[in-house]
Design a protein around this ligand. Structure first.
Ligand SMILES: CC(=O)N[C@H]1[C@@H](O[C@@H]2[C@H](O)[C@H](O)[C@@H](O)[C@H](O)[C@H]2O)O[C@H](CO)[C@@H](O)[C@@H]1O
Ligand code: ZN
Length: 301
């Protein structure tokens, strides 16, 4: 008799643009896919309003050929392959909501911009994905979306509402209720980022170091969970390189920069704040070291 397949752990990460999944959680994704966890990344926009690094694809930008969104699906697909994750998923459908652009830019006036999404439609769509995938753990953004990008803030709002609704009798058309056991915000630990920046030995000539007030972090004491991604850094570097219109990895392999040429370390830990669910067993540092910490063994329910 064929044994029943071993139930696996399931992790859903909700991100705003193609590249966010790798920049903030790429090591975590690679770490858990290597352990056999079913990892799904859901992205809310196609990054249509992004800048482009280099000449090759520069004409794709919004105010030229306006084809960057489609191209970034290709980059996202390649990055997720490097991380061992499933195919890209998009909120409602690829292209349903458009990149709103940086705060204060005119692209937020586009009626298709994610910041203008009908909240009920967007939340219902995400509830449907949560009820379809039935993740043990969901990862989203903190209230400022990490660094204040309007799409990140909107992703925080939609994800928070969807996680809270998925286990209730709201949105009955979106499938049978499913209440994810744990919900985290992806964040950057201030102390760890400052130490890593201080340890940078070589800044490539075309790059510069960010000012302290440009760093988007949370106080170390607010971080509940740290994932050691040291063994996943090769995969994370390859995934960063897959987002070539948005990210450049330094020759050292230990730093990267976005189109603003501000150097950033590729951290060996990725940090989270548990916002919903029971905290699991803590290490000697008083933090969890596993997003699934405290959950019953997969399949034991
Ligand atoms: C990491 C992230 O969220 N990137 C967004 C962001 O891109 C930045 C933006 O173009 C900014 O003007 C640059 O200085 C910076 O270097 C970019 O990372 O905003 C884009 C537009 O909304 C978005 O497409 C991109 O994914
Ligand atoms: Zn983003």
């Amino acid at each position: 008799m064929t044994p029943a397949p071993t139930p696996t752990r399931r992790l859903l990460l909700v991100h705003a643009h193609p590249d966010d999944e790798t920049i903030t959680t790429g090591g975590t994704i690679a770490h858990y896919t290597s352990l056999g966890v079913e990892v799904t990344v859901l992205t809310c926009t196609l990054g249509e309003e992004g800048e482009v690094i280099g000449e090759q694809w520069s004409e794709l930008v919004a105010d030229r050929a306006n084809q960057l969104g489609g191209y970034r699906i290709l980059e996202l697909t390649a990055a997720l392959r490097e991380l061992g994750a499933r195919r890209p998923r998009f909120l409602s459908a690829a292209g349903r909501w458009r990149d709103s652009g940086m705060a204060g830019t005119p692209s937020a006036a586009n009626p298709r911009a994610f910041v203008n999404a009908d909240e009920g439609e967007a939340v219902a769509a995400l509830v449907g994905v949560i009820r379809e995938l039935r993740p043990d753990v969901v990862v989203g953004y903190d209230p400022v979306g990490g660094y204040g990008h309007p799409d990140h803030i909107q992703a925080h709002r939609i994800t928070t509402a969807a996680v809270e609704a998925a286990g209730t009798d709201l949105f009955p058309e979106a499938g049978a209720a499913w209440d994810p056991a744990k919900f985290y915000w992806t964040v950057v630990d201030a102390g760890e980022l400052l130490s890593a920046i201080a340890a940078i030995e070589v800044v490539p000539p075309e790059w510069s170091a960010p000012r302290i007030d440009e760093l988007c972090t949370v106080p170390s004491e607010s971080v509940t969970t740290v994932i050691d991604v040291q063994t996943a850094l090769d995969a994370k570097r390859s995934a960063l390189r897959a987002h070539a219109t948005q990210v450049t990895v330094a020759a050292s392999g230990t730093e990267y920069a976005l189109s603003n040429n501000l150097i950033a370390p590729i951290l060996t830990n990725e940090h989270y704040i548990l916002v919903r669910g029971q905290i699991g067993p803590l290490g000697s540092d008083g933090r969890e070291h596993d997003l699934f910490a405290g959950l019953p063994e997969a399949g034991s329910l």
